[in-house]
Design a binder for this molecule. Structure first.
Ligand code: SF4
Length: 243
């Protein structure tokens, strides 16, 4: 809770500073660097709190429900850190670190989940934009023609009896989760959708995998199939037939 409180204090100070910054610059410009320095010190303290969290995670710190507490902690802390990251020009790095930590929190519990209880949830933008087949309601409509990663995802998930679903957005994703009742999810998406989705379904275990966007956002995106296989292998505790 101390980390959350620190983040809130910094957020309030940051907003207050932004509010008074024009006046400071006009009336007492010599004070501006001092206030900036004070904010920097507070950010370092926040960074140290984060470092403490990471040490706890990597040392498999054992407290009852520790992971769940940490997940909620991160959920409340993230907006403040993201704001600071945006201010400093590190939004993407902050998002990547957040997803990495969320994944670590799930993986360090060493849970093993039956493949049948895992849902691989992917975004519609992975589908080739000229594909005539409607796969959002039923992914088995894919003809596995090789034009996009959906066909390979279908092969991988079928080979280990894991569910695969394609969502066009958060509402459909929530519907799919309600219908499937998975015990764990492997979600593929961009930073923004991944983070909001991971927070939406908390405390259900979710492993996030970023898609790549060689054609820009939301168009014919791609995913690292090997990374997906590794996540599936880890969370099921099973090696399975490579296809
Ligand atoms: S692999 Fe499936 S979804 Fe992708 S273009 Fe071919 S038929 Fe369409």
């Amino acid at each position: 809770m101390s980390g959350t409180a620190a983040a809130c204090i910094i957020l309030i100070l940051f907003l207050l500073y932004k509010l008074i910054e024009p006046g400071l610059l006009f009336y007492v410009p010599e004070l501006t660097p001092v206030i900036r320095l004070a904010l920097l010190v507070l950010m370092i303290v926040l960074g140290m709190l984060y470092a403490l969290l990471l040490i706890c995670i990597s040392a498999s710190f054992k407290i009852r429900n520790c992971s769940v507490l940490l997940l909620y902690y991160l959920q409340y802390l993230f907006p403040a850190v993201k704001l600071i990251g945006k201010w400093m020009g590190y939004t993407q790095a902050v998002c990547h670190a957040y997803i990495h930590v969320m994944n670590r929190l799930v993986l360090q519990k060493k849970i093993q989940i039956a493949p049948e209880s895992i849902l691989v949830l992917v975004p519609h933008c992975l589908q080739w934009d000229k594909c005539p087949h409607k796969i959002t309601r039923d992914v088995s409509n894919c003809r596995q023609c090789g034009h996009c990663p959906i066909g390979t995802l279908l092969t991988v998930t079928r080979s280990m009896h894991t569910s695969l679903a394609v969502a066009t957005g958060g509402t459909l994703a929530r519907q799919i989760i309600q219908q499937n009742h998975p015990k764990a999810i492997i979600a593929i998406a961009c930073e923004r959708d991944l983070i909001s989705g991971m927070e939406d379904v908390m405390p259900l275990p979710v492993l996030g995998l970023l898609n790549s966007r060689p054609n820009g956002p939301c168009l014919n995106t791609d995913v690292d199939i090997t990374a997906l296989r590794n996540l599936l292998t880890t969370i099921t505790g099973e090696e399975y037939e490579r296809t």
